[in-house]
Write a protein that binds this ligand. Structure first.
Ligand code: NZQ
Ligand code: ZN
Length: 383
């Protein structure tokens, strides 16, 4: 196990009816900006619950944050916050709204053009305090310090980390998932799953606890996925899914281990260039990564196959191939298409993605062995 320092300051408030806790979680002297997306919260009752809980607070609103939150939109909110003297941000939504709110919180404390901390090397370290009411289980943004922002004008999607962006608290009421469209449910299951494997299927780190945690999250996702696809209003499945998604990317399973993240980095470019949903990009790219990198990931693929899918027969090579197929079948069972050609994406994009990483000058993967040339192999594998 590698050395590590762990700190996660986010308070989790979990369960049915817990949105009402907002009344006491935010001090009444704060000037709050409530941020949200395209309006799902107005249809499923979350908006009314939040407004009711905050009836004794000063609350402004900013709606219309899009999936893959857009820089220009967020900058409009930054101006509104400045005009209104906002000193607290409350994100009510999914990863996009929470990420967008982390960006707004950071930009409010930044002098100059905030795009600079997205393209680096400048680093933002301050933020206006923020909190979240989560409406879709997927990204883990509700309990981490990361944020991913798109700028369509440049066909770019970039991320930043800021420790001041851990939400002060996040409210997770699993019943909010009842209104999710099926494809968003599938996206969320895939995203959580791939977050775990990016931190687990690397090489043997002799980190037994983290491995068992990772396997526990994967097994939970595999167990609840068919139940949720069949009956979305199953509270036990929703609550276990929601907690699994948070635990997949809040720093627990990554303590003391190597991390991959190649699938996310490549997938991010597919969203930037073609607007694909985040979860969809991962379902396409991940099978390519484990096929091309299977020699490097051998030990962990065997362990994953055995402990998560119960694959114990055949030669080691056969077991690895069965494990990769089982992963693909899991994604397909959620109704997601997993080839680039299903989305009319071809050679031009493969070349462009490889070119972008060549220009940035860094390689991907836990050993830094995924060069632009290997990125091409991975994407050709999933054509
Ligand atoms: O905008 P509204 O109308 O609210 O509709 C949303 C949106 O269309 C809808 N939705 C959310 N909750 C709902 C609901 N519809 C009905 N009922 C509900 N309860 O779902 C759609 C997708 O929402 P979005 O927030 O985009 O989904 P997700 O949580 O998957 O977030 C994706 C974004 O997060 C980033 C992704 O790159 C992408 O930009 N990520 C953030 C990470 C982080 N901060 O740690 C890590 C991830 O790997 C990921 O990159
Ligand atoms: Zn993700």
């Amino acid at each position: 196990m590698n050395n590590f320092i762990f700190q996660n300051p986010t308070k989790l408030v979990f369960g049915k009816g817990e949105i009402a806790q907002l009344a006491t979680l935010i001090p009444t002297d704060k000037k709050i900006m409530m941020t949200y997306g395209g309006g799902s919260i107005r249809k499923n009752g979350v908006y009314n619950q939040v407004k009711e809980a905050l009836k004794n607070h000063s609350v402004s609103e900013f709606g219309g944050i899009e999936p893959n939150p857009e820089y220009e939109t967020l900058m409009r909110c930054v101006s509104e916050c400045r005009e209104n003297g906002i000193d607290y941000l409350l994100a009510v939504g999914g990863g996009s709204v929470i990420d967008g709110t982390k960006f707004i919180a950071s930009a409010l404390k930044w002098e100059g053009e905030p795009w600079d901390f997205l393209v680096r090397p400048l680093k933002v370290t301050e933020a206006v305090p923020l909190a979240a009411v989560l409406t879709i289980a997927a990204t883990g943004s509700e309990m981490n310090n990361g944020s991913v922002i798109s700028r369509r004008e440049f066909k770019e999607k970039r991320f930043f980390f800021n420790d001041a962006c851990f939400p002060q608290f996040s409210i997770l009421d699993p019943t909010v998932l009842y209104s999710l469209p099926k494809h968003q449910l599938a996206n969320g299951i895939i995203d959580s799953f791939v977050h775990v494997v990016e931190q687990y299927i690397t090489f043997d780190n002799k980190a037994y606890i983290q491995d068992y945690w990772a396997e526990g999250i994967l097994k939970t996702l595999i167990e609840v996925a068919p139940k949720l696809m069949d009956n979305q209003e199953d509270y036990d499945s929703c609550s276990n899914f929601m907690y699994a998604a948070t635990m997949a990317l809040n720093g627990f399973i990554t303590m003391g281990v190597a991390e991959d993240w190649a699938t996310h980095m490549i997938g991010q470019e597919l969203t930037a260039l073609h607007g694909l949903d985040h979860g969809v990009t991962l379902a396409i790219v991940y099978p390519g990564v484990i096929k091309v990198m299977k020699a490097d990931k051998r030990e962990k693929l065997l362990q994953y196959g055995e402990r998560v899918f119960g694959i114990t027969t055949g030669t080691e090579d056969e077991r690895i191939d069965k494990t990769i197929s089982a992963t693909e079948e899991f994604f397909k069972s959620l109704g997601v298409k997993i080839k680039l050609s299903d989305y009319n994406i071809g050679n031009e994009t493969i070349e462009e993605v490889a070119h972008r990483f060549g220009e940035r000058g860094y390689n991907l993967g836990e050993r830094g062995k995924i060069t632009p040339e290997v990125i091409k192999q991975i994407l050709n594998e999933v054509r």
